[in-house]
Design a protein around this ligand. Sequence first.
Ligand code: CMC
Length: 391
Amino acid sequence: TGAITIDPGYKNTGSCKSEITFLDGEEGILRYRGYAIEDLAEKADFLEVSYLLIFGELPTAAQLEKFENDIRKYTLVHEEMKNIIDGFPKTAHPMGVLSSLTSALTAFNPKSVNVKNEKELYEAVCKTMGKFLVIATWTYRKRMGFPMNYYDNTKGYVENFMRLMFELPTGPYKIDKRVIDALDKLFILHADHEQNCSTSTVRIVGSSHAGLFASISAGVSALWGPLHGGANQAVLEMLQEIHDNGGDVAKFVLKAKDKDDPFRLMGFGHRVYKNFDPRATIIKKAADDVLGALGVDDPLLDIAKQLEKVALEDEYFKARNLYPNVDFYSGIIYRAMGIPVEMFTVLFAIGRLPGWIAQWKEMRLNGEPIGRPRQVYTGYTARAFKEVNER
Ligand code: CMC
């Protein structure tokens, strides 16, 4: 079989060919299917971008309307799913619950487990887009002890997210268009990022021909970790800690540089970007705009800006090309929208969903082989077996 090259973390290993997302980490360029992220964030909406990622082209008005309608058809979640949710303790982290519920969807949608033709694939895509959004919000309703809400077919996808989260039996949830627009933009910025940890997970699970829900459930688990999507929650907790400790950002920068201290500056650094993360640039501006428009004065935004300034001027961060990433400012916007911190990574998952679907679909349609890395064995050589009473 020849010599095996070890590449921990796959830093220099390409796992596939892909037509979905182009990323140039040196130049800070990100494009979905050839379209600049800046243009998409500014001019398109989340479902348009989802369609682009999954099907390869921007939809016509008629295609977009059909896609939205087809997603709506599948937003009803089996009532038994509520019994499953009820079994979780209220304190359960929403990402753990979301991963379990996504996996549970396989039990209620057996056809989507083993898609046989284009039509079933399309149905599985729309089902995933519809049901995942609803159950994602149910993780929060459960935590709060609120009754579950249902999708409103007269409203848009992102607006439904806010309604599903926050509408109470006491009266309708007041929609703020600025909030919906900002959230739409955030979802677009999270929608795909080529072969990141969760997407690679989705592809590798799917490569065994596991179904879409099962593969996405694994992606949710991968996203949860603080080195990946969990960083958005970790950033806010870090900013809060800095604030509670008197706002001394320099002290935390020192801590992050100390190799004996496991602390890292959350929301800083990236495997591929060795220059500014273009998503962070857009989000930083959006944070200023949204907080300004909502009249929110968050001291954590000032701390984030100071922290960024001190880190960017520091030799340690300069030498390692560590810049703020997508997670650095997103939490501040979520917080201004009234989203609780434990839900931040769930929002990342909703945004990343079309990317996971597109990558799973591409992998299956390309007929890629099962993902099965090799290893270099470093354990014992052959040993003689000893009976239990001889050990
Ligand atoms: N704070 C302090 N030092 C850092 C940081 C940081 N945030 N990030 C990297 N470094 C140092 C690291 O210690 C290493 O130093 P040295 O060369 O002296 O050993 C060097 O920079 C290279 O880091 P690495 O760990 O080899 O890089 P990686 O590509 O394996 O890790 C990363 C990338 C994103 C996991 C890492 O930068 C990190 O842990 N960042 C904080 C968590 C975070 O913000 N994650 C979100 C990433 S973007 C969105 C997403 O993927 O979900």
